[in-house]
Design a protein around this ligand. Structure first.
Ligand code: EPU
Length: 423
């Protein structure tokens, strides 16, 4: 186990370059299975979820070679539709993308249950399964809980209406449909920038996908995909986290190498909270405010405020003037950080019946020893530690490093007093 030790209370200042987006890098890595040839994937974040995804790819026969830390060459010509080891698959959520990619390429797949952060709702994958079935796959479950998909007569395009605008289901059905005979129409598709990035990757390989980024995506089946070079889009969640690092410490932080449009919901909320923001072509600067005020938050699918930013915003609201509510329209109980923020002096109440947090801002937080319960909650605790007076120790930070590229180095470059230690 590793821990971060933070001596907080000082404003952060400077520029921070944002890495490639975890939530498009992971599906795109698995999507390389669909291609014949070699894919060069650039702007990959250096995070453990990427390493785990590549280990899964290698376990099914892919040849993976790094040219540098952020660029990988993947040859999937020797990939076989075999079931990867459960201990690898269960490490990450994104291993479910093997289902769509293997089914699309080979007409069959067998994958153990995916892992990932636990938000209290079990993170069902019924919409993925419904979509696979609508395209003609038979679904069964092995005794070890592996999901088995079979389409001996091939897949056929169909209309797939999702009950929920789900990121994973949208990408998985794009994968399954890429070679399906005829046209597949996904209705109520998720619109996140990672969906667009994944569709761009597939189209660069020769797929015929239209409408990614809207609620209706049309996929016309093609015969084959070739390899391509693709650069992963910047990580909007990493960018938002550093924007809040600026705001919560009263500093001036400029996030660079981003798509400012992807940040609209985060930027709008910060402006509402009285944080002065400057928006450039590929950067956003968060300027100091002396008058941070409470604003209520509800996380929603894109273009709403991302659920992956909800814990970080709650951390910010603990030191804002006034009272606000926080709710999450995607994972209604994604609040495992509450007790930890309370240990640091935050005034938070949780109304279980309405799944609503009430946060009354305090004048300052104090350092404490806290435990990262999941990736973004861990990031929220680090942000709180940067703002708090005294020393904060955050344990279980491996979870945070699943999704944040060189977080210690990046925070230090902004002036943070933070170090990593083994427990
Ligand atoms: N849902 C279902 N059935 C399904 C699929 C989803 O009920 O078949 C529900 C989920 O339980 C959730 C909502 O629909 O309540 C949205 O889930 P979605 O499928 O969009 O989420 P996901 O694909 O499992 C990805 C990211 C998450 C991010 C969500 C929402 C990856 C690997 N994970 O998860 O990222 O929170 O989309 O944007 O891409 C993170 O980075 O910290 C993280 C958790």
């Amino acid at each position: 186990m590793e821990k971060f030790i933070i001596r907080g209370g000082e404003p952060l200042n400077g520029d921070v370059a944002i890495s490639g987006m975890k939530n498009s890098a992971l599906p795109i890595l698995f999507g390389t299975i669909l291609t014949e040839g070699i894919c060069i994937i650039d702007n990959l974040p250096d995070i453990s979820d990427v390493k785990d995804s590549l280990a899964i790819l290698e376990s099914v026969g892919a040849n993976v070679r790094f040219i540098n830390t952020n660029t990988v060459v993947i040859d999937t010509t020797q990939v076989k539709p075999k079931s990867p080891p459960l201990e690898l698959v269960s490490k990450i959520r994104a291993s479910y993308y093997l289902l769509g990619a293997m089914l699309g390429k080979f007409g069959k797949a067998q994958v153990g249950q995916p892992g990932g952060c636990d938000f209290g709702n079990g993170r069902p994958i019924d919409q993925h399964i419904k979509g696979f079935e609508l395209l003609g796959a038979r679904v069964s479950y092995e005794s070890n809980a592996a999901i088995t998909l079979n389409a001996p007569d091939g897949l056929k395009g169909n209309s797939v209406y999702f009950d929920i605008a789900s990121v994973g289901s949208t990408i998985n059905i794009m994968y399954a449909a890429v070679f399906a005979e005829g046209v597949t129409v996904i209705e109520n598709a998720a619109r996140e920038p990672h969906i667009v990035d994944t569709a761009c990757f597939l189209n660069a390989c020769g797929a015929n996908i239209m409408g990614a980024g809207t609620t209706t995506i049309r996929i016309k089946g093609v015969k084959k995909l070739k390899g391509c070079s693709h650069s992963i889009a910047p990580d909007m969640i990493e960018a938002g986290t550093y924007m809040i690092a600026g705001a919560i410490t009263g500093g001036r932080v400029r996030v660079t190498n981003i798509v400012p449009k992807h940040m609209d919901a985060v930027t709008a909320k910060l402006i509402e909270a009285n944080v002065p923001i400057e928006i450039g072509n590929s950067y956003i600067t968060v300027n100091p405010t002396k008058n941070l005020r409470s604003v209520s938050i509800k996380a929603n699918p894109y273009p709403g405020l991302p659920t992956d930013m909800q814990p970080q915003f709650s951390a910010l609201m603990t030191v804002a003037r006034g009272m606000c509510t926080v709710s999450d329209g995607i994972y209604s109980t994604r609040f495992k950080y509450i007790e930890h923020l309370k240990n640091m002096g935050a005034n938070i109440e949780y109304d279980e019946k309405s799944s609503l947090l009430r946060i009354i801002g305090v004048s300052e937080l104090h350092g404490a020893t806290v435990n990262a319960p999941d990736l973004r909650a861990g990031a929220a605790l680090i942000l709180a530690g940067l703002a708090a007076k005294g020393t904060t120790t955050v344990t279980n930070v491996e979870l945070v490093e699943r999704g944040y590229d060189h977080i210690i180095e990046k925070l230090r470059s902004l002036g943070a007093n933070i170090k990593r230690e083994r427990i």
